[in-house]
Design a protein around this ligand. Structure first.
Ligand SMILES: NC(=O)C1=CN([C@@H]2O[C@H](COP(=O)(O)OP(=O)(O)OC[C@H]3O[C@@H](n4cnc5c(N)ncnc54)[C@H](OP(=O)(O)O)[C@@H]3O)[C@@H](O)[C@H]2O)C=CC1
Length: 399
């Protein structure tokens, strides 16, 4: 069994010409190919929670993931993005809930590999996947649900619903930078915000025509993609960012852009009238909805306190606080003629990937990539996320 896997992986990796030696943190390591023959791979992992500088370690002896169901595939990662949640998870964010889910799925808490979205090549597939769906050798893009071992390692095992063929008009770097942030924006706008049906509302004239959406934090990973999705729908897009990001966001095509450090921006936005959706991609949270005088049908924030409250107070008391916060924000908002305040979440849904794929293929969605780090400098990529003020996405190039 071990021998079979070794041959499969070798054949595929050799096709990639992956025979050079690489050096990580001063250690000379054999390639992914050679490692794989011994059931081992290289990657970055943590053994306990803390800060990235102390906890994130490179290893070339990580156990290769194995397929646990007939609908799983093994992917050799070529590029992966780094998201704020990776660094938050190193700090222990969501540990109670995520670890419960992980253990329920037969996993263990440590060592833990971070990394949620990637581009790569299929090297092995389960028996439940037909050749019409996906084949060994296909270039793919995909996501890993947050409670599972991530993709900041040579190989990652994923269920087929998390994996699609990579759009041919995207480079591997760009392809690795879309899905986590893009599925967050998609889920906020369509699952939570009902902007259209699950596959979007795209029509020749734009299904969102006549609608007004305000995007807070349009300069970050989620914001830059949310803006492009809304523009593709024909929505009138208002956005906020800081002064140094205005050129970047304006190049995306937003209709009205405001510097959130300018104290007059709150009143300027209030004078626009009612928004169909205010989408908070800036981490402002639920309370902010009642602090501003804006009118909206819905305020959707991705800064949900759910996991944080459960981490801090346990499941029962944490959920009580979550419900109390949501009720409080909604009562205040509704009293001020505002609409409901909701939480939005990343959702690894195939409908969302299909939607994003369609936009990319139509040339309507392209990620903004701030910087690409080589695999050997993954720790620096985590440090860049810690510094905040991101302009689009941070990517790790494995090749
Ligand atoms: N619930 C979920 O499942 C998920 C939640 N998230 C959350 O969504 C948010 C966005 O994620 P992501 O895009 O990856 O994060 P980023 O850090 O990439 O983007 C945040 C952007 O917002 C800008 N910003 C900060 N403060 C403000 C402000 N007051 N007004 C307007 N812009 C501001 C930042 O730049 P600058 O500071 O220079 O202005 C930065 O460009 C984060 O809070 C993240 O934690 C993300 C994914 C999934």
């Amino acid at each position: 069994m071990v021998l079979t896997r070794c041959i499969l992986l070798s054949a595929s990796a050799a096709k990639l010409g992956d025979l050079a030696l690489c050096s990580v943190r001063g250690l000379t390591t054999a390639t992914a190919t050679a490692n794989a023959c011994y059931g081992k791979m290289s990657g970055w992992q943590i053994h306990s929670y803390g800060n990235p500088q102390e906890e994130v370690q490179f290893s070339d002896g990580i156990k290769m993931p194995t397929l646990k169901s007939p609908t799983q595939l093994l992917v050799k990662v070529k590029a992966a993005s780094v998201n704020p949640i990776d660094v938050a998870m190193i700090n222990g964010y969501g540990a109670s809930v995520l670890n419960t889910l992980r253990c329920k799925d037969g996993g263990i808490e440590f060592p833990l590999v971070l990394g949620r979205d990637f581009c790569g090549e299929i090297v092995q597939k389960g028996l439940g996947i037909s050749s019409r769906e996906l084949e060994v050798g296909d270039e793919v893009w995909g996501v890993v649900p947050v409670h599972l071992q991530g993709c900041h390692a040579d190989y990652v095992a994923v269920e087929k619903y998390c994996l699609f063929k990579k759009p041919s008009n995207l480079s591997k770097i760009d392809a690795s930078a879309v899905l986590y942030a893009g599925l967050t924006a998609w889920s906020g706008l369509y699952l939570t915000g009902h902007l259209g049906d699950l596959l979007g509302a795209i029509s020749p004239v734009g299904g969102g025509r006549g609608k007004k959406v305000l995007v807070l934090g349009a300069s970050g990973g989620v914001g830059t993609l949310a803006v492009q999705m809304l523009l593709a729908e024909g929505v009138e897009v208002f956005a906020t960012c800081s002064a140094d990001a205005m050129q970047l966001v304006s190049n995306l095509g937003v209709h009205y852009l405001l510097d959130y450090n300018d104290p007059t921006h709150v009143q300027s936005i209030a004078s626009v009238g009612r928004f169909d959706i205010v989408l908070d991609c800036a981490g402002k949270g639920t309370e902010y909805a009642s602090e501003v005088p804006w009118l909206f049908d819905q305020y959707i924030t991705f800064n949900s306190p759910v996991l944080k409250n459960i981490d801090a107070h346990g499941f029962g008391a944490g959920m009580y606080r979550n419900a109390a916060e949501l009720v409080r924000s909604n009562v205040t908002a509704l009293n001020s003629r505002q609409g409901p305040v909701k939480w939005g979440y990343f959702m690894p849904a195939p409908q969302g990937i299909a939607y994003l794929q369609r936009l990319v293929e139509k040339g309507k969605l392209l990620p903004v990539v701030e910087k690409v780090y080589p695999f050997a400098k993954t720790l620096e990529a985590y440090e860049r996320i810690e510094q905040k003020h991101l302009r689009g996405k941070i990517v790790i190039d494995f090749e």
